[in-house]
Write a protein that binds this ligand. Structure first.
Ligand code: SF4
Ligand code: SF4
Length: 118
């Protein structure tokens, strides 16, 4: 249905990647940090989100998750990734469908679609 290994990681560029307290604790343990240090280093407060993932610049999508490898286009904390990342996208990925269609129509298997209207 979708193949994240062939995708430039669109879902990691979502403006709000919300974490739970448990997610922050998992990252803290993964990096050997205290909860407070992990919270400060990896998250920020957003409207409606006590723990929102910090982001960084990306050449394709503008901003992406701070844990995204922008060269390899993959997650660098896969084993410690937040719950929302574990559950996404469910049965089918709309972006991947769009990307596959764009690549087919442009006859370019490496094309990166940077805009997608959900
Ligand atoms: S946008 Fe879809 S295909 Fe791409 S990494 Fe995310 S879940 Fe995988
Ligand atoms: S933690 Fe990993 S899977 Fe989740 S948004 Fe960040 S880079 Fe993507």
């Amino acid at each position: 249905m979708y193949n994240c290994a062939k995708c430039p990681g669109y879902c990691c560029s979502y403006p709000l990647i919300q974490l739970t307290k448990r997610d922050v604790g998992r990252l803290a343990k993964y990096f050997g940090l205290s909860f407070a240090k992990a919270r400060k280093k990896f998250t920020k407060v957003e409207v409606g989100a006590k723990y929102a993932m910090r982001r960084k610049a990306d050449v394709h999508f503008g901003r992406v998750c701070r844990f995204f490898d922008t060269e390899e286009r993959r997650c660098t904390v896969y084993k410690a990734r937040p719950t929302i990342c574990r559950e996404y996208p469910g049965g089918r990925c709309g972006y991947y469908d769009f990307l596959a269609s764009e690549r087919a129509s442009q006859n370019d298997p490496s094309h990166i679609a940077t805009t997608w209207n959900k």
